[in-house]
Design a binder for this molecule. Structure first.
Ligand code: FES
Length: 110
């Protein structure tokens, strides 16, 4: 049985959410990004120095161009592939976590 993370409507369309999940036996913080009926997820860990991306749980910074900005040292990530496009870890990527949306919920993909 796959794990329900949260109802889709808890994430504003175009917005972010943070949610804890157990992955391979470890508690991890996830960053979830909703676009319409689709959700992408990554570990809430910056590839630069391993800090959380949010400045408070679930509070993520974004540029007016739509890039996600790490709250620690300002690395900027584009949101289709999670790649760092500016800042101290340019070229590195967030670690994607497979999720699926069904029945109005966001689930960890099996
Ligand atoms: S830890 Fe994210 S920019 Fe340094």
């Amino acid at each position: 049985m796959s794990t329900l993370l949260l109802p889709l409507d808890r994430i504003e369309d175009g917005g972010f959410a943070e949610h804890e999940a157990t992955l391979d036996g470890d508690a991890e913080s996830l960053l979830l990004y909703r676009r319409g009926e689709a959700v992408q997820a990554w570990l809430n860990i910056c590839p630069h120095a391993g800090r959380r991306l949010d400045y408070a749980p679930g509070q993520f910074l974004r540029t007016k161009e739509g890039l996600l900005v790490c709250a620690a040292h300002g690395a900027s990530f584009e949101l289709s592939r999670g790649e760092c496009v500016a800042g101290p870890c340019r070229g590195a990527s967030l670690r994607a976590v497979a999720v699926e949306v069904r029945d109005g919920g966001v689930y960890l993909a099996e």
